[in-house]
Structures are given as C-alpha cells and as structure tokens.
Design a protein around this ligand. Structure first.
Ligand SMILES: Nc1ncnc2c1ncn2[C@@H]1O[C@H](COP(=O)(O)OP(=O)(O)OP(=O)(O)O)[C@@H](O)[C@H]1O
Ligand SMILES: [Mg+2]
Length: 381
C-alpha cells in the first residue's frame, strides 16, 4: 500500500472496498440509478474511480465532476464536454470500436453548448434534456453507459445560490424525468455522489420527490478489523505493533481511511508508539486545509442564523464532548429559528458526517474526535 493523503486513492493506493463496490454493481445490473451516500472524505470518489478503472463486462463508464458548475448551463456543458471529449472516447476503445465511431460522429454533431441549449451541426438547437435524449438515442452502443456525476449536490446548491430555488427544482425534475425516460434508461445508468448530502439539499427546497427514484448506497467507515489490516499495510516502512495500532485506531475512532492515512503520514516514519501517535495527531491538526472545509461548507449551506445555530451546537459539543437534544431545543429558541428548519439543520449535521446520536437518541456527539479537537481549537476558541 502506498500512502495517499487527500487525493483520490487509485491503483496501488486503493484499499479494497469490495462490499460497497459489489453492492453498486449489483444495483447497476438490476437497472437502478444510484446515489452514493457518505460524508466528506469517506472515500466516495475513490470508489467511483475504482468502478471507472475496472468496469464489469458490458459497461462503459464516464466520470464527470460538476462541483464548479454554478448554473444549469455549466452543468450540461461539463456533461457534454465529458461525453464528447477525446479522453473519454479513446478510452472506450478498449471495450468497443463501434462505440468510438458513434461517439466521434456525435461529438462532431454537437456544435455548441450554449446558455439556451445545445446547438447541433445541422442547425437544430434543442433544450438540454431533449439534446441529451437525442444524443443517447443516436448513440450506437452495445454496452451500457454508466455516467458518474461527482459533486452533484454541490451543483444543485450552486444553482440555488447563483440562479434560484425554482431553477434548481426544475433542474432536478428534468434530471429525474431523463432517468425515467425509457429510451435513456435502456442505455444509461447514472451514479451520483457528493460530499454534501443530496438529501439535505433537496429537502431544504422541498424537492425530495425529485430524487426518490435513486437507490442510495452507503459507504460506511471501515470496521475495526479491516482498519487494523489497512493500517498495518500502510506501515510498510514503519515499525509498529498490535498495541500501537490499536491505540491509533482508538484515538481516530471514526475509522475512515483518510484519518488513518493522515496520521500515519504525520508520524514521519517514526516507530509507532503512543507518544509518536499523539505527536502525529497534533501535527495533523495544524493542517488547516484538511479541516477548514468542515466549517466553510456549513457557511455555504445555511442562512446566517442557521449557520450560527449549527456552529454553536458544534462549539458546545467540541468543549463538552456531547450535547443533549434539550440543549439543542434551547439553542433553537435562542437563535429564533423555525423548529422544522432547525431540525433539518441537525439532520444535515448527522447526514454530512459531523455528528451522530447512535448511542442514545437524545445525545449527540462528533463522529470524529480528531475533527472535534480541530473544531475546539480553531472555531470554538
Ligand atoms: N479505498 C481507499 N483506500 C485508501 N485510501 C482511501 C480510500 N478511500 C479514501 N481514502 C483516503 O481518503 C481520502 C479521501 O478520499 P476520496 O477523495 O475518495 O473521498 P471523498 O469521500 O470523495 O471525499 P470528498 O467528500 O472530500 O469528495 C484519500 O485521499 C485517501 O487518503
Ligand atoms: Mg469526492
């Protein structure tokens, strides 16, 4: 195993996630469209790339990251660009030559992705949905095309922010009807993922129905035994023993591969001991870029009052380790928030991987003690 901290883990760097990957493939094979659901940094994009790099027979996979799409036009621009890009077309060569020819032909026909739709070479301009349908209908494919859309929820959130809530609703409705369109369904499967929960974003604009056809597949943290073997594999050049690895994993607690990679990297190849692990955690916490997004994403997601409410819950929890639902209720009154909106915010904190109430429904705590420490040092104080 090679260390990989922050980038997508591919090839030698990828620790097997067979259960999740098989679940995704099984769902694809039974004809469903999928939402890969997991909080930030759990390993969604790495799982998607594994599917992209090693597709099952009968499938061709396209990957598009739409995080920077600020409006509907940019979303479609990215999607059409990917499907007509030479990088994508030439990689499909290893599966089917017919598809390459067909994609090249279609790429030649798509003249321009404009703000009002897609201009085709024959002078026809169609709106995005109709153009996508035309594209797929004309595509000569004897395999099924999987279109993986990473950071889909971020694109929806951007549309809400830079265009309007109504535009986002109609965008989501269009995406749903395309997924249900028999001509498309026959040839294309969509897999969405994203670091902010799509459920939370659509719930905030009352559009939950627009994604209720998606089969949600969770990527959980590693279980202790798996994390143990993973850590040992990462410590190729580092002296370790069972006790030190156990200590490390108990400290990390929320066993996502990222935190294990980060702390191992920060030990700087020193032998694993309680002292070197504690030192590595302290150094890791100084890397602002590994943690800052946990704060900035909340600021983007909520109105100022909602953000202050969420921040205060996390501030209290970072200090006291837990917070009771009764204390959260007091904070709702203090911030003068509508009860349903406040409930949705707490739900987002759970869904997006900040907190859980697994041990007791009335008590919330951080998933990750590492994030708790960072929050305590950098946000709460
Ligand atoms: N299967 C894996 N094997 C090894 N390391 C992994 C694996 N999955 C995730 N990681 C670690 O976690 C980091 C984040 O992975 P990845 O980018 O796939 O997560 P993500 O869920 O897409 O994150 P984000 O929510 O920020 O988009 C990687 O840089 C790597 O350190
Ligand atoms: Mg990702």
């Amino acid at each position: 195993m090679q260390l990989c901290v922050g980038q997508v883990a591919r090839a030698e760097q990828f620790w097997p996630r067979d259960t999740e990957i098989n679940r995704i493939w099984d769902s694809v094979e039974s004809g469903g469209h999928i939402l890969i659901a997991a909080p930030r940094r759990v390993g969604k994009t790495s799982v998607m790339y594994k599917i992209y790099d090693e597709p099952r027979d009968g499938y061709v996979v396209a990957f598009v990251d739409v995080e920077s799409a600020d409006n509907e036009h940019e979303f479609w621009h990215k999607l059409f660009n990917t499907l007509t890009s030479e990088t994508f077309i030439s990689q499909t060569h290893r599966y089917t030559a017919k598809l390459v020819t067909s994609l090249r032909e279609l790429a030649g026909k798509v003249k321009k992705v404009s703000t009002s739709g897609i201009e085709f070479g024959d002078g026809e301009t169609l709106d995005y949905a109709a153009a996508f349908e035309k594209f797929v209908t004309e595509l000569q494919i004897d395999k099924k095309l999987i279109i993986m859309v990473d950071e889909f929820a971020q694109a929806v959130e951007n549309i809400i922010k830079y265009q309007s809530k109504e535009k986002a609703e109609s965008f989501l409705r269009t995406a749903r009807s395309l997924r249900q369109n028999p001509k498309i369904l026959e040839k294309v499967t969509f897999i969405y993922a994203g670091s902010i929960g799509l459920e939370g974003v659509v719930a905030r604009i009352g559009a939950t129905k627009s994604i209720n056809d998606l089969n949600s597949i969770k990527i959980p943290p590693l279980v202790f035994e798996d994390a143990f073997v993973f850590t040992r594999a990462l410590c190729k050049e580092i002296e370790e023993d069972d006790e030190a690895i156990t200590y490390l994993l108990e400290k990390i607690e929320w066993l996502i591969p990222f935190y294990i990679q980060l702390i191992i990297q920060e030990t700087n190849k020193e032998m694993l001991t309680r002292e070197s692990i504690d030192r590595a955690i302290t150094t890791a916490l100084a890397h602002k870029n590994h943690f800052e997004h946990w704060k900035s994403k909340l600021k983007e997601a909520f109105e100022p009052t909602g953000y202050n409410f969420a921040k205060e819950i996390l501030n209290v929890m970072s200090d006291k380790h837990t917070i009771k639902s009764s204390a959260i209720t007091n904070l709702i009154s203090k911030h003068n928030l509508d009860h349903d909106i406040a409930k949705e915010i707490v739900h987002t904190l759970v869904y997006d991987g900040y907190i859980n109430n697994n041990d007791d429904p009335k008590t919330y705590r951080f998933n990750s003690p590492i994030l708790r420490m960072w929050w305590y040092n950098n946000v709460a104080n």
